[in-house]
Design a protein around this ligand. Sequence first.
Ligand SMILES: Nc1ncnc2c1ncn2[C@@H]1O[C@H](COP(=O)(O)OP(=O)(O)O)[C@@H](O)[C@H]1O
Ligand SMILES: [Mg+2]
Length: 253
Amino acid sequence: MIDVQNLTMKYGSFVALDRISFQMQEGEILGLLGPNGAGKTTAMRILTTYLCPSSGTAKIDQFDILQNPIEVRKQIGYLPETAPLYSDMQVDEYIAFVGNARKMKGKLLEDRTNWVKDVCGIKEVWKHTISELSKGYRQRVGLAQALIHDPKVLILDEPTSGLDPLQIIDIRELIKGLARKKTIIFSTHILQEVEAMADRIVIINEGKIVAQGTQAELTEQVRKRGESKTAETLEDVFIAFLRSKRGAKKPAL
Ligand SMILES: Nc1ncnc2c1ncn2[C@@H]1O[C@H](COP(=O)(O)OP(=O)(O)O)[C@@H](O)[C@H]1O
Ligand SMILES: [Mg+2]
């Protein structure tokens, strides 16, 4: 469903992404895990066709991001780091606005609106102005706009960041409820997020993929390399991969 091939992104001479490649099957949930500045947002902006890569490409459901960006946009729902909301609009007006922008109308728009209203748990705030909403509800409305056109692929940039523990659980449940029905990539710098939601993990650091696999596969990889004989939790694995990368560097003089 998703095929990322050697994506590289340079901002001037700074290499933010260095030949990253990964594939995803339909219905999978992939967690893009990495510290701040690793290149997660850059990768997502490229996949959503908001940024053009310096080299490499990706296909989403057979459509190439460079050759067919409009088709790619139709296939995906995107929740950026900051939900793209209009604070003066009411929730119902905003969802209708996004539906119209997606060229939806009539019965289809009505059915999809009822679906997102229900699935995203935004009935209680349906007639509220967006500026009144808590961060948790804003994030739900952000997810509703990403889902309104029933996309095959969801791209969620740090979907739980800045939420309180109960809001985090709600959003996780919401995302897990979409498992198998959608192909989902989400980014996070928080280990527990990938443990809670991802089928598969891509660990990214300083623009490079340092490891990928299921949690069990990653643990096994680290164990085989003898870097952490007792690596059991994903936290041990993550730290082992980041350390080995840093350890490989020449010390600054
Ligand atoms: N528009 C930009 N111009 C220059 N550098 C950028 C730009 N956007 C991101 N960067 C840099 O690229 C690196 C990766 O950023 P980003 O993709 O936002 O990482 P993440 O989402 O993993 O925190 C960071 O060092 C960041 O400062
Ligand atoms: Mg980011």
